[in-house]
Design a protein around this ligand. Sequence first.
Ligand SMILES: *Cc1c(COP(=O)(O)O)cnc(C)c1O
Length: 377
Amino acid sequence: MPSQNIPFNKPCFEGKELVYIAEAINQGHISGDGMFSRKCSEYLEAILGCKKALLTTSCTHALEMSALLLDLQPGDEVIVPSFTFVSTANAFALHGAKIVFADIRPDTLNMDETQLESLITPRTRAIVPVHYAGVGCEMNTIMEIANRHHIPVIEDNAHGLFARYHNRYLGTLGQMSTLSFHETKNFTCGEGGALLLNEPSYIPRAEIIREKGTNRSQFFRGQVDKYTWRDIGSSYLPSDMLAGFLYAQLEEREHIMEHRSKIWNRYHTGLKEWASQKGVYLPYVSVHCEQSFHMFYMVMHSLHERQAFIEFMKSQGVYCVFHYLPLHLSVMGQKYGAKPGDCPISEDISNRLVRLPFYNKLSKENMDYIIENILLF
Ligand SMILES: *Cc1c(COP(=O)(O)O)cnc(C)c1O
């Protein structure tokens, strides 16, 4: 039996979560858009400077809302990176889009902006960059190409809340963006998300889509005297109890960011020399990016070495994980005509990447133990 048992992720509480949940209950408003939902939205709008922040039940649902806002027609195409979580593609597939897969850059593992233009066709309706590990995609180039073709950009910013690109917050650069507050993300309420709108013309319809296709939001603001069925939509509001939980985390933004940056830097400092000797690739952050410290990954030489590393660390009681199976190789990906070899960097990185334990309350002692053991590998 190893002397330690260090999980990959652990939900961390900042202190006031239960207080705020109790407050939501005492207020007598536990459905969506109560006091805490408003506080979270206002907080995000004030810090980030987006035109509107709408809390949702997940990032997946925020992406689905963005798909509905695009009014996709049969044959319309949406460009997503192959190396991402399923939802980035599935949300658009669900609403009828044909998914077109972009490969990633080998340095940041973000959508390769140099290949983007070659994927655009007259049917392209959206480009969905993912800021992998909370390090910004090359948004100047992506926005320049998108604007030239009049294609909206939806940033999947599940990893990068409060990270910046050329001093601007990720999620405020495209027409829309999405956030995740899933248990595995930097700020959480268990399950949750948000749709951020930077283009005011999307706001009225987004509010209707979020409220089951009704203008209920206008009704509650006293702007209309009854609410009716106006458009298609669904039920995307999280309970105000969850919003209370989330607000307790958002309030601790500086504290959480500082803690996570310490963890990231401790890994980086502790592993730098070993990695350069071994030829293991560590995360790269472009000079014009401030990252969100969402994760610490390493890229090993081969699938075999990556698997051996995960096994070795597990034998020491440390749980490391790998991720994203390239979407263009998946059963669904192949339905869109994608084939092996289409996104070679995604295929290669997917075999070799490993993520180290990373959560707000990961202790110095645990980190020292993890690093000591990595140095033995
Ligand atoms: C976590 C994640 C999602 C989905 O988030 P949910 O809130 O669980 O729906 C989408 N995209 C990326 C890149 C993610 O990491």
